[in-house]
Design a protein around this ligand. Sequence first.
Ligand SMILES: [Zn+2]
Length: 354
Amino acid sequence: MKSQKLISKALALNATDLHVIPKVKSSTIQARVDHRLYTLEEIPLNQSTRLISHFKFLAGMDIGEKRKPQNGSIHHYLPTQGNIHLRLSTLPSAYNEALAIRILPQSMMNPYEQLSIFPKSLDQIGQLLKRSQGLLLFVGPTGSGKTTLLYSLLQHAQRQSKRQIITLEDPIEKRMDHFLQIEINEPAGVTYLDGFKSILRHDPDVIMIGEIRDEATAHLAIRAALTGHLVLSTLHAKDTTGCLYRLLEFGLKFEDLKQTLLGVVSQQLCELVCPYCGTECTIPCLVRRTNRRMGIYEVLVGETLGEVMEEVQLKKDHKANFPKLNDYIVRAEAMGFITTQPSSDRIGWNYGEA
Ligand SMILES: [Zn+2]
């Protein structure tokens, strides 16, 4: 099997990883799709040795060295898929070298409306992107698709109005055209604080901060939002209301929050019921299914956001009424889109990163 053909096949399956695993007389090629491993084919050992050598050559690795593990990467352009980035690693095994390839497509990004089982839930957030200043926050566990949604919204903001978008990320999870992306590198002295100061000098309109993780980043985000920037960021909290408590714990002034906070989104990624077979898909099924996972979003904006903020400030019981994540999950189950409660360990990326 040729390397290019193998990559195309993996992309057609939306696979996140490829493995070439040597045995005594042959090698097994496997692809990881939605956390499960599928065997694509068995090839003779001499073919797999050639295949691995070819990949090593493309990745600039030492072809002659087979006894030590090696790492490499390939940037590749496919007319149908755009740019893809492959991260390769070899491992000497008892029989021969094993190869693992992580597949990171770089430019495919679905419009944000297509990320949700209930597209209307995200409409209000899409509208808020037109604002010239304020703070939009996204909460959810690792792998709930926060970063995917953020990139998709930024892409939308970029298309909608030609604004300067700068992101500060740790690490950069997806390389995007049209944004300036800065990677945090603490050993090299690029901290959130320094990075933030530098990006402000680059006259951004929209700023994405990978994560508000402490008091310092929280204050920076608020300051940027107060001084004429639209700021998007993520935060660890259990739901939209929890996010408000967390912000106050970071020592932010309630008045500043009231002035800047435009909305909070909490999310969960759900595995969809397969329309062809049920849930345990086979390879032909995976190729046919384009959408295998979608998000469910709880959105807190507008007057309801004001009400909940007041409840949080005055430590009152929560009476503000708005659809919660669980309401959407129940609805999605009733409508037959999903079967079980989504679990937080499901990966969020369409290619396997948080
Ligand atoms: Zn299926």
